[in-house]
Design a protein around this ligand. Structure first.
Ligand code: ADP
Length: 261
């Protein structure tokens, strides 16, 4: 709990700082790109400097993309929660999710039969899924399987004693697992930190999972990750249930899927 609170506060402070810097930076980049345009127009068409200007423009554009992502992270939009059936929502977005993945990656969807209703913002849910799926794709360069699964779970006192990050209650559990490269303990500890990335420069911003973390918190949910090098990764997100379905199949306590922590 302590650790989660500290992380939330750090994310908040970092978000504000990043937002301020990104805003000013964006203005400077706009000025820079304007100057590049001007110089390009002044030079004769065969001037060798034009190539250098082009690479300057490309770098500035990459920097602009990064600052846009930073701004989106800092200004995490106000969320609008509505009663939602997670299965229905996922089914409707499944096509879009498939398009994010190459043909070598299989996407399975295993919906629970009767899912409780949660309060959620549909756009933000998609953002969670998109970030998790892109990471899963990157973790499986040689292909593999991503599984999206939903379940009704009951977290009880005993489970909380064993898993201090958990809070008691009824939840809809969304699990996104992959059969990718997994991560070691040192990486796993840091994945929710803004700007933490193990990807090559230009490939990762390190903002994906901190954004996911922020969205989950705004939904009053919990997120936990199980991962093992070479054995894949499993993200588990718990959304509090506001309304139980009449035909819910008995309470269930879930256990770790891959590895443990
Ligand atoms: P980015 O994707 O830009 O690196 P994220 O915050 O989304 O930023 O992820 C941070 C890091 O967490 C990644 O660089 C990677 O090391 C690790 N990671 C995230 N998801 C997975 C996954 N499914 N499998 C293995 N490693 C992962």
């Amino acid at each position: 709990m302590e650790e989660q609170l500290r992380l939330s506060q750090r994310l908040e402070a970092l978000g504000q700082l990043a937002g301020g810097v990104a805003h000013d930076f964006n203005n400077l980049l706009t000025a820079m790109m304007g100057t590049v345009d001007l110089m390009e127009r002044k030079l004769p068409a065969n001037d060798p400097l034009l190539q250098d200007l082009e690479s300057l423009r490309q770098s500035a554009q990459r920097a602009a993309t990064l600052t846009r992502q930073l701004l989106a992270f800092a200004r995490r939009q106000v969320i609008e929660l509505q009663p939602l059936d997670l299965n229905k929502h996922l089914e409707a977005s499944l096509q879009m999710f498939r398009r994010l993945l190459p043909e070598t990656v299989r996407l399975d969807f295993i919906p629970a039969r009767q899912l409780g209703t949660i309060m959620a913002d549909p756009g933000q849910l998609d953002q969670i899924l998109v970030n998790l799926l892109v990471n899963a794709r990157d973790a499986m360069p040689n292909g593999g399987t991503v599984t999206i699964e939903t379940e009704n779970v009951l977290i009880n006192g005993e489970y909380v004693r064993q898993h201090p990050w958990a809070k008691q209650g009824r939840y809809v559990l969304l699990t996104v697992s992959d059969t990718g490269v997994g991560m070691d303990e040192a990486t796993r500890q840091r994945i929710f930190e803004p700007f933490f990335t193990t990807k090559e420069p230009g490939k990762g911003t390190g903002l994906g999972l901190s954004t996911v973390y922020g969205i989950v918190k705004q939904h009053d949910g919990m997120i936990h990750v199980y991962s093992e090098p070479g054995r894949g990764t499993s993200f588990k997100i718990y959304f509090p249930v506001v309304e139980r379905r009449a035909v819910e199949v008995g309470p269930k306590v879930e256990g770790p899927v891959v590895g443990g922590s």
